[in-house]
Design a protein around this ligand. Structure first.
Ligand code: 13P
Length: 288
């Protein structure tokens, strides 16, 4: 059975570790991440962006696929199926389709509208036992014309959104999606500390979890981050392993072109990377 992410993140917060939220793109991703979670005895969150939702033929298809793969593989660790960066309509659609957790990302609205829409999603989700992540953006991070530092949230706004009853909160602290540029300023721990204070110990979410140095990840967890989102890192290891297989001409040897063989190195690379990250985030062994 898939579960809400609320309890696993509260436990993570209390235990000073973080649960990885790994984005899924297809069946291979789903299998590899679930296998990794079972291997590492770790709770896990499967993230689905709206784009990946369309790619995988809709939310209902994903719910059915994840549930069936989960049962077929005999997964016993806690697994949540979570909408990543959901729109208002997307969050409602996922709740109706059977997701166990949703993110409503209203950070691009003005703050009052973000509050109003977050409130509505919270009522809709909580009446069905589904956990909700909201996001606060705010101050645009720009320095010397460099706009890729990411956004830095206002702790006060974070406090107001948290007070609505949000289960976990994504707040910009200089983190960005995709690869970090060489001149990236790093995470803003001063703001992170203030956000944790303003939100009374609510589990916080670190987006853009690929490519952040290990010491910064550890410090973020210390300061209240309990969920770390990872997407790019898995895409990179999958692509590298697949490239190696083809460049070594293995697809041309015997039946090396069989998709089950062609995609196997990439799937294995994802599993290994997820296990490594679960160890790094401290969630390994927490689902024993
Ligand atoms: P990365 O692109 O750093 O993996 O971030 C993923 C993410 O935050 C998804 O919401």
């Amino acid at each position: 059975m898939l579960v809400s992410a609320k309890e696993m993140l509260q436990k993570a917060h209390e235990g000073h570790y973080a649960v990885g939220a790994f984005n899924i793109n297809n069946l291979e991703w789903t299998k590899s991440i679930l296998a990794a979670a079972q291997e590492a005895k770790s709770p896990v969150i499967l993230g689905v962006s709206e784009g990946a939702g369309k790619y995988q033929c809709g939310y209902k298809t994903i719910v059915a696929m994840v549930k069936e793969i989960h049962d077929y593989m005999g997964i016993t660790v806690p697994v949540a199926l979570h909408l990543d960066h959901g729109s208002f309509d997307g969050a409602k659609a996922c709740i109706e389709a059977g997701f166990t957790s949703v993110m409503f990302d209203g950070s691009h609205y003005d703050f009052e509208e973000n509050v109003a829409k977050s409130k509505e999603i919270l009522e809709f989700a909580h009446s069905r036992g589904i956990s909700v992540e909201c996001e606060v953006g705010g101050i645009g991070g720009e320095e010397d014309g460099v706009t890729s530092m990411g956004e830095v949230a206002s702790p006060e706004e974070c406090g107001q959104i948290a007070a609505l009853g949000v289960d976990f909160l994504a707040a910009g602290i200089g983190n960005i999606h995709g690869k970090y540029p060489a001149n990236w300023a790093g995470l803003n721990f001063e703001v992170l500390g203030k956000i944790q204070e303003a939100t009374n110990g609510l589990p916080l979410v670190l987006h853009g979890g690929s490519g952040i140095p290990a010491d910064q990840i550890a410090k973020a967890i210390d300061l209240g981050v309990s969920k770390i989102n990872v997407n790019t890192e898995l895409q990179l290891v999958f692509a590298a392993a697949t490239r190696k297989y083809i460049e070594e001409g293995k697809d041309l040897q015997g039946k090396g072109y069989d998709p089950r063989k062609l995609l196997a190195p990439g799937a294995k690379a994802i599993q290994e990377k997820v296990v490594a990250m679960m160890n790094q985030f401290g969630s390994a062994g927490k689902a024993e």
